[in-house]
Design a protein around this ligand. Sequence first.
Ligand code: OGA
Ligand code: ZN
Ligand code: ZN
Length: 395
Amino acid sequence: MNSVDSVLDAAPVADWRSYPIHVALVGVQTANDHVAVTWSDARVSPFHHQWLRDNCSCSQCVYSVTREQLFEIVDVPPELHPQRTRIDEQGQLLIDWQDGHHSRFHPGWLRAHAYDDASRAERLAQRPQSRLWGAEMSAQLAQFDYPAVMTDDHTLLQWLLAVRDIGLTQLRAVPTTEDVLPALAKRLSFIRESNFGVLFDVQSKANADSNAYTSFNLPLHTDLPTRELQPGLQFLHCLVNDATGGESVFVDGFAIAEALRQEAPELFRTLCETPVEFRNRSRTSDYHCLAPIIALDAYGMVSEIRMGNFLRSAFDVPVEQMAALYSAYRRFIAMTREPRFRVQRRLDAGQLWCFDNRRALHARTEFDPASGARHFKGCYIDRDELLSRIRVLQR
Ligand code: OGA
Ligand code: ZN
Ligand code: ZN
């Protein structure tokens, strides 16, 4: 780091990240409603006057303790103009406003937030991309050692990135004690509780309040599709698995949705656009959620799958849409049964699955409870906590 960098890094910016300076500001020109800056790589970035005033990070505009904005753009007139603009000796953009306010922009921050076409395309390309997978994942599982995850931040980050980008990971060398999940969750953030508890016990039980707590085959599903926000990450920790059967099955719901988009676009659209009701009722609870099976993000990428045949209500759509909904639903389920998408692995004592519950559908084959004990412990953590932890580790 050179001396200019170290001075600039201390400059106030409106958040907790750092903005390395890869490209310098070399010119600035004022136009009618914007300022156009030129960078040392010849890129030109226009910034509207309102945008610049809105993003002033001085101590009057941003509270230095929280680094959150105090200023509101509506408190200055929309036609507010710079009186003077220049680049100072440290390479920062300085603006003196008509009303006497002064703003200073760190070039690293400005470049990271530039909204010319090239800068926006660059940011879009740098977004984390999901790595889609199929049956081949069975032989290439992303596996991590529990002791390393617990003690080494680099291993922790590698594991969390695999959860984010692949959506299916396994931890090994995990103690078979009931305190593991709370400790592991704490390493990441905190557990999301549900009506099944902070931790839930996946065991065949008399009087089960879910098909999960039987020895039946449990078809591919996401957990709690009955909630407005499905849990982001699911942990399944094997304490004992001595029963015959009871293998774990996974498919990448994003890969299946993308394949459906290619192979039968109209069925894909039906699953994106038709709300389906999922419900879970017991003596003391009554949950339901009406939402499409496939959700897309703001970029049109598949961001979530909601599926659980055993938790689904009767379809309720206009008469003329019912046949199309069944076609789309049947096709999706049929695809989850295709060998090209399926990973089937037995989870043994001392191993733990951690997967993106809103992406990877999971299942269990039938097991024989008379043949031996089978006990998994589970918990959830939301996706936001994963992403926040990754960003802090990457700072
Ligand atoms: C569940 C579940 C898997 C298993 O409890 O929701 O999917 O292997 N269990 O028992
Ligand atoms: Zn200010
Ligand atoms: Zn489940």
